[in-house]
Write a protein that binds this ligand. Structure first.
Ligand code: SF4
Length: 339
């Protein structure tokens, strides 16, 4: 097992399969237009498989498929099937905005996908349209129903909580999750690349979320778990469980074993990293698996990233990357990094 400079192993890889998205969420893609990755640079499924094999040799056993919106990638179930067949991958998950999930849920399940997480920030169709700039609320709810019907062993709903937008919906979202058999995870609004409208005032902290939920449902109990998962989990008095990802006010970099691969093969060791390691070039130049494993191992052993903790320590917090810098380098965008 390779450890980084803070003794963190490399266990989890988020693989983005496209930088395109069919929504324009305020906290991720609020601008009118974007610079996209050149199509020729986007990795084929075969190339993704070869890179994933190098990662599993270094200790990765959890893979999450992300985007942009991954269901926009043509033939995605083919990639899922190929990854599911690799015994080194113990956990194969997908994060989606759910718009196309109704059509694909059962095929993805049959292809061997273990878990699905759907992003849904509001139960109000009009608010959804304002937040995402598309009138797809009904499609997302249908996608969640289809995923539940397909029988995934774990279904999650991720909700980014923003003051003045949806902070009044926490209880309703939990009740909705309970109805459809999904665990809801509330995510603090993060100042990552692409979140150009972020302000400290718009962040609803974990503490605030817990106190709002407690006044609605009664005493909330933390669930003690030995895990490197980003969410801390809690239980309501009736046993309903939920999670909170408090990257902004109480970061958890100390246990972070995640890294990200962009659709064009850039490997980023932190969500906040300003630069990454290009794995596409060596791969297309004929690097062997051993050479890729050596490169990955060397880079991870040098890793000292703890982006969210550094952000917390910075005195005057504002969006991480300026719009001008984002226009020059698509790799700085959260939608390119897979969130
Ligand atoms: S900020 Fe970086 S190091 Fe910290 S938890 Fe997120 S990805 Fe990991």
């Amino acid at each position: 097992m390779i450890l980084d400079r803070f003794d963190r192993p490399l266990r989890s890889l988020r693989v983005s399969v496209t930088d395109r998205c069919n929504l324009r969420c305020q906290y991720c893609m609020p601008e009118a237009d974007y610079v996209w990755l050149p199509r020729d640079n986007v990795l084929t499924f075969e190339e993704i498989g070869r890179i994933v094999d190098a990662f599993t040799e270094t200790g990765v056993d959890r893979v999450r498929i992300t985007g942009g919106e991954p269901l926009l990638r043509r033939d995605l179930p083919r990639l899922v099937e190929a990854l599911a067949a690799r015994s080194a991958i113990k956990d194969l998950a997908l994060t989606t905005n759910g718009v196309l999930l109704r059509q694909q849920a059962s095929t993805l399940k049959r292809a061997g996908l273990h878990r699905v997480t759907v992003s849904l920030d509001t139960l109000d169709p009009q608010r959804f349209a304002v937040l995402t700039r598309f009138d797809e609320h009904r499609a997302v709810l249908a996608g969640i129903d289809a995923a539940a019907a397909a029988g995934f062993q774990s279904l999650k709903i991720d909700s980014v909580v923003i003051r003045g937008v949806n902070e009044g919906e926490l209880a309703a979202l939990l009740e909705y999750g309970r109805r459809v058999g999904a665990e809801v995870r509330f995510i603090e609004y993060m100042d990552v690349g692409g979140a150009t409208r972020w302000t400290p005032e718009a962040v609803v902290s974990r503490r605030e979320m817990l106190s709002a939920l407690e006044s609605r449902f009664g005493a909330i109990v933390p669930i003690a778990e030995e895990t490197s998962a980003p969410a801390d989990r809690y239980a309501l008095p009736d046993g309903t469980t939920f999670g909170i990802i408090s990257s902004t006010t109480e970061p958890f970099c100390v246990s972070c074993d995640r890294s990200r691969l962009t659709a064009d093969g850039m490997w980023l060791m932190c969500l906040y990293a300003k630069a990454g390691t290009d794995l596409r070039r060596p791969l297309r130049a004929g690097a062997t698996r051993e050479e890729l494993v050596r490169l990955i191992s060397r880079m991870w052993s040098l890793r000292a990233d703890r982006g969210a903790e550094e952000r917390l320590a910075s005195a005057r917090r504002q969006p991480l990357i300026t719009l001008a810098a984002l226009k020059k380098d698509a790799h700085l965008e959260m939608h390119t990094r897979g969130g």
